[in-house]
Design a protein around this ligand. Structure first.
Ligand SMILES: [Zn+2]
Length: 314
């Protein structure tokens, strides 16, 4: 009887060890975040996969952010998000403002969002060379990809959606089209020479929405293409393989790290150069070193400052 118990126990541990070892390698991923969904929670893992969990004791462990290794075997049944799942269920009506959610706001993007993308519903806005990337540029944030085109060439809607704005913007965008998509993303198409759509109109992916141009703050014809989530810009290259003209994945996972520039922007400060100003004086005034001003603004210590020039000082 005693021997039998040992045998049973041995067998039990052998099976358990086998389970842990066999799944350990596949699922020893870190948890990025959790998203409530119906009776489940979607657990996002750092290898860009996810799984559903509805076991309370497991969820409790996950919420404590313990190592996922302890419950590998429970997570082994990986499932995919159904196509119909739209986590984003916000206002769909047209909003007249340039930014529909009140402008840049890091507080809106501090959580993780999973956005299902339809790979059959995507077209490059313009199949051309990317001439300027998303990111900091001469001390200013460039919220878009700039794509080279010829005057008058058609610019297309990236995804199907509803035209929220189609107008001339005096702030630098020039002729601008903003499309709100069902996946919760908004796309901005700037510097157009001509608008081909009107506000409230439904457009399909690939439909021409305007002609390429150089209106607004632009020196040569190009498309300034922005992608925004709740007004907050993020790099389109996160989900678009621009050179091959396709989406990288059927799910876009937006993590707070993608929006750190928004946080930085809220701390950014500019100064307009006045008569008699010197780099030394500005440096003293804002408590920032001359070399830091130079690197923020892509200038050197010998650059001659012009009156009216804007310098980033923080
Ligand atoms: Zn641009």
């Amino acid at each position: 009887m005693h021997k039998l118990f040992n045998m049973t126990r041995l067998l039990k541990y052998t099976i358990l060890s086998f389970l842990i070892l066999s799944f350990g390698n596949i699922f020893s991923q870190n948890i990025i975040d959790t998203i409530p969904y119906k009776e489940f929670e979607i657990i996002l893992l750092d290898n860009q996969t996810w799984c559903y969990v509805n076991n309370d004791s497991v969820l409790e462990l996950i919420h404590k952010r313990d190592s996922i290794k302890h419950y590998n075997y429970i997570l082994s049944e990986k499932t995919y998000l159904p196509d119909s799942l739209v986590l984003f269920v916000d206002e769909w009506d047209s909003i007249p403002q340039l930014y529909g959610y009140g402008g840049l706001n890091y507080a809106l993007v501090q959580d993780t969002f999973a956005i299902p993308l339809d790979t059959n519903d995507f077209t490059l806005p313009f199949d051309g060379k990317v001439i300027s990337e998303f990111g900091w540029r001469w001390g200013r944030m460039h919220h878009a990809l700039d794509i080279q085109l010829q005057l008058g060439e058609p610019v297309k809607a990236a995804f199907s959606g509803k035209v929220r704005r189609a107008f001339y913007n005096t702030g630098g965008y020039g002729n601008l089209v903003i499309i709100r998509h069902k996946n919760g993303i908004e796309t901005y198409y700037a510097h157009l020479s001509k608008l081909l759509v009107s506000e409230g109109q439904w457009v399909e992916s690939g439909e021409a929405i305007g002609l390429g141009g150089s209106t607004g703050y632009s020196f040569a014809p190009h498309l300034h293409w922005e992608v925004r989530f709740k007004d907050n810009s993020f790099n389109p290259r996160i989900f678009v393989d621009y050179e091959n003209g396709k989406l990288k994945s059927d799910t876009l996972i937006l993590v707070p790290e993608l929006f750190y520039h928004i946080k930085e922007l809220s701390q950014t400060q500019y100064y307009t150069v006045k008569q008699g100003d010197s780099l030394w004086g500005i440096s003293r005034r804002f408590g920032i070193s001359i070399s830091a001003i130079c690197s923020l603004n892509n200038i050197t210590e010998n650059t001659v400052l012009k009156i009216g020039q804007t310098l980033r000082v923080r």
